[in-house]
Design a protein around this ligand. Structure first.
Ligand code: COA
Length: 252
């Protein structure tokens, strides 16, 4: 049987999703795309899972970008399929109402950066090295990077990284707000677990609503976004009242 390109381990309410092609620095190929899709669906649909950590196997990389050996090699039907999978995988990331933490180390290039950006929080090991080399290859990021990066670090910094393709260290990524914590490599996974465990102590509906308010709200004019926030806040209040009535307590 072929080695899985994505590993899925459940530790209580925490789902570990690990990119698993360490011999090629976890380069993202079509098999990985298909397996990531199936894994994320399983994560989404499993009521026991409260949150997700996305990591890379091996010592050298979280993900060194799209698998360059597949570029230009696929017949057109396969390219069409690739595009479809791409859209669906990124859609699954974006539609996930459970908190997602990316724990990145080593090379974090191209779609590696983009996958991390599709998570809610990014924690980096001190050895992480980030970059978006697509334009140097005659391409542009196609896993949302041209949109998620400026939303995360601002337009000027995003254009700098996208146009120059320059590499940046974990410390610089922290300075730009691309990652929220930097850890010694040996503490990376433990820190990701602690961070996620702290988050998922909270009410899942509140977490899902906070994610929706931020992600959807950023794409709306301020007035609409504030109305969305009000609706989501009202929905939680309503739910809370129903819950306290069921429990025989007066509503707050
Ligand atoms: N696609 C396919 N294979 C890749 C890969 C990718 N994106 N990135 C690395 N690999 C493979 C290498 O071909 C090599 O395989 P081999 O041992 O069979 O020759 C193995 O991973 C190790 O990489 P190597 O290049 O030997 O390591 P290095 O330390 O010399 O360089 C990098 C590391 C990341 C600088 C270099 O591998 C690189 O530039 N990779 C491509 C990054 C990229 O452009 N990604 C695409 C973004 S769109």
């Amino acid at each position: 049987m072929a080695t899985p390109t994505v590993l899925y381990n459940k530790e209580g309410p925490v789902a570990w999703v690990t990119l698993n092609r360490p011999h090629v620095l976890n380069a993202y190929n079509m098999a990985m795309r298909d397996e990531l899709y199936t894994t994320l669906e399983a994560v989404r649909d499993d009521p026991e899972v409260r949150g997700v950590i996305l990591a890379g196997a091996g010592e050298r990389a979280f993900c060194a970008g799209a698998d360059l050996t597949e570029f230009g090699a696929a017949p057109s039907q396969a390219i069409a399929r690739q595009v479809r999978w791409e859209r669906d995988v990124w859609g699954l990331f974006l539609g996930m109402d459970k908190p997602m933490v990316a724990a990145v180390h080593g090379y974090v290039l191209g779609s590696g950066v983009e996958m991390a950006l599709l998570c809610d929080l990014r924690i980096a090991a001190e050895d992480a090295l980030f970059g978006l080399p697509e334009t140097a290859l005659g391409l542009i990021p196609a896993a949302g990077g041209t949109q998620t990066l400026p939303r995360c670090i601002g337009v000027a910094e995003a254009l700098d990284l996208l146009l120059t393709g320059r590499r940046l260290s974990a410390a610089e990524a922290f300075g730009l707000g691309l990652v929220t914590q930097v850890m010694p490599r040996r503490q990376l996974h433990e820190q990701a677990r602690l961070t996620l465990e702290r988050i998922i102590r909270t009410d899942p509906a509140a977490l899902a609503s906070a994610k929706r308010a931020v992600h959807e709200g950023l794409d709306m004019p301020l007035g609409e976004a504030l109305a969305l926030e009000e609706r989501l806040a009202g929905g939680l209040l309503h739910q809370g009242k129903r819950g306290s009535r069921r429990a025989g307590r007066p509503a707050p």
